[in-house]
Write a protein that binds this ligand. Structure first.
Ligand SMILES: Nc1ncnc2c1ncn2[C@@H]1O[C@H](COP(=O)(O)OP(=O)(O)OP(=O)(O)O)[C@@H](O)[C@H]1O
Length: 356
């Protein structure tokens, strides 16, 4: 009961949208395809669904090549960004659609609709017109409709991206639970890190049609496989560092890495996210605040470091000697204030496979 892609490539004329991708999604596993706009995520998903023909390579289910199996015979469920509900059917009519196609009898259909509406938190919504539902409710119904016939694989293309941020975060948590409860094997496309990391057992990072890295979320987050993956996952600064006894030391300070003991000693490339440096009275780095922006639960600062840090390309992409840092809302410094900064493990990644 697994999906396998072997050397899958998809072309549109001279555009190589997907290039030689090997990927397996195991029974009950949720894999998120993550990558920037245009990297080929949707095309890969569409090829799995049977909506695009591979230029080369194969899409297999349990090692059987699906090349001659049309879309509606693959037994896969599909949900797109805009759930595309049938506007003239009520909620029950939408959820029951696939069951009706499968000639499930009326009573069993009604039971399954009730069960699914309960699972998606819309119990009692059977007779509601879909036009009367909020965007989030409509996406829940689209998910229920796709899950109702118990697809052997669920394909989700940016299922939450039409929703506002708060709703998206909540629905991502609910969806993750729903997929686990129903043990649904799932391939989900997203460009949103948080969504990928909330939903997936494994995250697959793509760029320019290629699969750059695949692994459990914490591994991909903490050890991106290349500078390109690190940059995509929010590392704005890359610095050479030396690891010794689980502590990484670079020009901006030292930080004990999570699972520090597992990190082999030696020279590495460290990726710093915008939250890697924090205002800390015990910090060894000093600088002057030049900008302060309030975020929902913290304050983002831009801090100018002493002249010794300028140039050389060591700090920030342009070597201007300014770094991003975070502070707590309650005691956030103001522009002009001198601050001490310390590195924090949660904002730091070790770029794997790069020796410096
Ligand atoms: N029908 C098409 N005809 C021609 N080129 C296409 C077609 N669909 C996609 N492409 C091209 O293939 C490449 C991959 O597109 P795709 O939509 O798969 O990327 P994506 O990662 O899903 O992007 P987004 O997140 O913006 O949807 C892009 O260069 C895109 O312009």
């Amino acid at each position: 009961m697994s999906l396998g892609l072997r050397g899958l490539s998809v072309h549109y004329g001279s555009t190589v949208a997907v290039s030689e991708v090997d990927l397996t999604v195991a029974d009950g596993e949720v894999v998120a395809l993550l990558g920037p706009s245009g990297c080929g995520k949707s095309t890969l998903l569409r090829a799995v669904a049977g909506l695009e023909q591979p230029a080369s390579g194969v899409v297999c289910w349990d090692d059987r090549d699906l090349a001659d199996v049309p879309v509606h015979r693959r037994g896969f469920g599909l949900v797109f960004q805009d759930g595309q509900l049938f506007p003239h059917r009520d909620v029950a009519g939408n959820v029951a659609f696939g069951l009706r196609m499968a000639r499930i009898d009326r009573e069993a259909r009604a039971d399954r609709v009730t069960e699914l509406l309960g699972l998606i938190g819309l119990a009692g919504y059977e007779a509601r017109a879909v036009a009367s539902l909020s965007g989030g409710e409509q996406q829940r119904v689209a998910l229920a409709r796709a899950l109702a016939p118990q697809p052997r694989l669920l394909l989700l293309d940016e299922p939450l991206s039409a929703l506002d941020r708060v709703l998206r975060e909540q629905l991502a948590i609910d969806l993750a639970a729903l997929l686990r409860t129903t043990s649904t094997t799932t391939l989900v496309v997203t460009h949103d890190h948080d969504e990928a990391f909330t939903l997936a057992d494994r995250v697959a990072v793509m760029d320019e049609g290629r699969l750059l890295q695949i692994g459990p979320p914490d591994e991909v987050w903490r050890s991106p496989a290349s500078p390109a993956v690190a940059a995509f996952l929010g590392c704005t600064t890359l610095l050479p560092a030396e690891i010794s006894a689980g502590v990484a030391r670079c020009t901006l300070g030292a930080v004990r890495l999570p699972g520090g003991g597992d990190q082999p000693a030696g020279d590495v490339l460290l990726g710093l996210r915008s939250t890697a440096l924090a205002v800390d009275a015990a910090g060894e780095l000093t600088g002057t605040v030049v900008q302060r922006v309030h975020r929902h639960d913290h304050v983002r600062l831009l801090v100018e470091l002493p002249a010794a840090y300028r140039g050389g390309g060591l700090v920030g992409a342009d070597g201007d000697g300014r770094v991003e840092a975070v502070a707590q809302v309650a005691d956030a410094p103001s522009p002009g204030d001198r601050v001490r900064l310390a590195l924090r493990a949660e904002g730091v990644a070790v770029v794997a496979g790069v020796s410096v």
